[in-house]
Every structure is written in C-alpha cells, then in structure tokens.
Design a protein around this ligand. Sequence first.
Ligand SMILES: Cc1ncc(COP(=O)(O)O)c(C=O)c1O
Length: 442
Amino acid sequence: MSIVADNPATARQGQLLEQANSYLAGGGLGLFVLPPEVNMVIAEGHGSHVRTVAGQDMVDYHLGSGPDLLGHAHPDVVAAVQRQVPLGSTYYFLNEPAIRLAEQLVKAIPCADAVHYTGSGTEATFFAMRLARAATGRSKILKFEGGWHGMNDYALWGTVPSAPSAYPQAEPDSVGIPDALRGQVLVAPFNDTERAISIIEQHAAELAGVIVEPLERVLVPEPGFLDELRDTTSRHGIVLIFDEVVTGFRIAWGGAQEKYGVLPDVATYGKAMSGGYPMAAIAGRTEVMRYLDARRTEWSQLVWASGTLNGNPVSASAGLAALEVLARPGTYDRLHQIGGRLRRELKALGAAHGLAVQTPGEDAVFGVRFTEREQLRTWEDLLTADKSLGFRWAIELIKRGILVNPNEKFYISTVHSDEDVDRTLQAADEAFAEVARSRQVR
Ligand SMILES: Cc1ncc(COP(=O)(O)O)c(C=O)c1O
C-alpha cells in the first residue's frame, strides 16, 4: 500500500507503520497492536502527554504500561540519567546507583531485608518462584485465576481464561509451554477465601509458593483474603509471594503491603521502581533471600539468578531520582484525587448514556468495564464485562486523543492535571455516545 497523505508528518507516520509491519513480528512490540485506523508511532512524551509522529497530542493513560508514574521525561529523572550516561552504561559489577537504590528499596518495602535485581518483571516472578522451591524443597506453585505474572513458563497458566477454571487445574495461556509443567502450577479463585484456602490446604505438602497480585489487575482484595493467605501459607511453611510489579510505589509508597497491611515473604517489583527505565527486583526476608547469597549458602543450595544488565547504573540512577520525587509529601494524595475523580465521573457519564459502566481497582490504577454487575470481586465477575463494547469505546477515545489500552487499565501519573481530566471526560462523553448509538443500530 502506498502512503497518500497531504501532511508530511502523517506521511512519515504512515511510512514508519509500513516498516513496522514489514520488520517487526506482528507489526508491534508486544502482544497487542492497535487496529490500523488508530495505529500510531510515538515521537515523544512529556508529563502526562505523548505526541505522535503525525503530530497528534494525546493524554496518556498507558504510561508505558505503568512505569511512567511521574509522567514522561520527568526533569529530575532526565537529569539523573544524563549525569550517569557519560560515566558508562553498564558494568555488571557493583556500582553506586545500584547500591543506593537497593538501600532505598529495603527502607520502603515492608517485607524487604534485601533485594536482588533482575531485568524485567517476568524474570523477577520466575526467580521468586525458584527461590520458593529452594527454600521449601517442594516444587508446585499456586497462583490465582486471572493473575498476571509475566511471560515465563510458570506464570502463563490461568491468566486470562475465558471461562471459570476447573480449580486447581490450570490451562496454559500460550502455546509452547512444556506439557511437563501441567500440574506444577495450580490455580485458585481470587477473593474466594474459603475455596482458595481449602485448595492450598489440600496441596500444602507439595506447594513451594503461593504467588498473588495483591490487587489482581483491577480486583481489590476482599477484607481478610490476603490475611488468610498469609496465615495459611505460614502455617504450612509455604512461601507467600506478592507480585507488586504494578502496585509497587503506585498504590502507596510501600505498595500493596502497606495499603492492605499484609506482609509476604517475598515480593517482586518492576515498572514504577526505576522511573521508566528497564529494571526489576525481588525483595524479601532474609530466610528466603539467603538462597541467593553465596556467602551464606553452599554452592549446591544456591539459587542461580544472574542477568547481564542486573543493577544497571542508568536505570538505578533513574530509580533513585524517581523515588526521591515520589517520597515528597502530598504525592500520593494528588494521585488518588485525580484517579478518584476520573473513576467517579467516567462511571456517571456511562450511566448518563444508559451504559452500565464500572471502574474497579484503586485510584492510581483502575479499569473501565461495561457490565451490569456492580460488585466486581472475582475473575468470574470480570467475565461478565462486554469486551467488544469496551474495545470500541477505547478506540473512540484514542481517535479523540486519549491514549488507553483497550479493556486494560488506566494508569494515572503524578502529573495528570485537572485539565487533562476535563479533556478526557469530554472525549469519554463523545465515545460513550458513539458506542451507545452503535448498540442501538445493531
Ligand atoms: C503484575 C505483573 N507482574 C509481572 C509482569 C511482568 O513484567 P515485565 O513486563 O516487566 O516482564 C507484569 C507486566 O505487566 C505485571 O503486570
């Protein structure tokens, strides 16, 4: 297809999209690619906005899928990175930014006696599960239906089932997962305390770890659910892993552990911890982290968890600067105030158009789901949402300069303004009108 556009910027974007289609597997960078009518290439991001190569200004609620909690190119983060870059990009050996960031992480994360860096959240959960096996001498892992722990072979079970699972049996989400792992990963229903605890107790003798997103995507834990997980895993000597890749430094300074008041043995971090630069980590109690420590553990008992870019000084410098900004008084109040307003007003706007819209989650990260079900507690509840309506609504938003990932989450930054929210609500109003109209026509 040749590019026909009167505007050189639009033509340039069209040309780049053609190249992306030719040279990138699937034409994109991950699982999801925007449909052609709204597909675009981002040229730059500043604060809560991005600008496309075609010149469209967009209010960004995807924020790099969460890492840009301070918005794009925060001046303090940029300055820290610029100070580090001329000093070298990576060393593998100890460096000051990585050491200082580790100290900050241990101080901020309630369950942390020590941290271990990894390159991505996928690696962090992968190694955390390996740690649990080392610490217990057992092999199985229990996760929750609908819980997202990245792309490793142990994480991709029961992540997005289209029907309720046959607990505790899980189905792989992707092709290419070894069949030998069937039965090694069990699933339980999130927020169904009685059933989850009963599954854990039945399989306790084989379970190395229980891994949970404490805020499962957009599902807030019911009071007592995480406490019961904590009690039961402690009683049976099972390692409790909180996956805080999304919640860490986002829903509170001390993440979900602080917000919900339950401490795991190990937690995984990524996204917001390094100011939008690539880095992740495992944090945990000495009893478990010692399996990563060659000074305390015989070589034959050691968990291998190396990575070429672990503790990268550029990412660590960005992380240090980002945490310094986040620690300022009022930061989280502002985040909650902006996100809270959006959640309330989006729901009300949907209702004004005759659409049952729910905005489950926390103010700093939430979903917009088209469903009559008011109480969204479990994965089964989320399955009641009309995904095609959600998708069409999101595409209408994108057309109007509001960047979201359809049927996923709204990530709020500390720099989204009231004007951004006003503009978003105006676009959302039009988008609701459009989908309500198309629903009547069908
Ligand atoms: C809760 C959670 N854990 C782990 C991951 C994987 O992190 P990464 O994409 O850095 O591998 C993600 C990614 O979205 C996530 O949401």
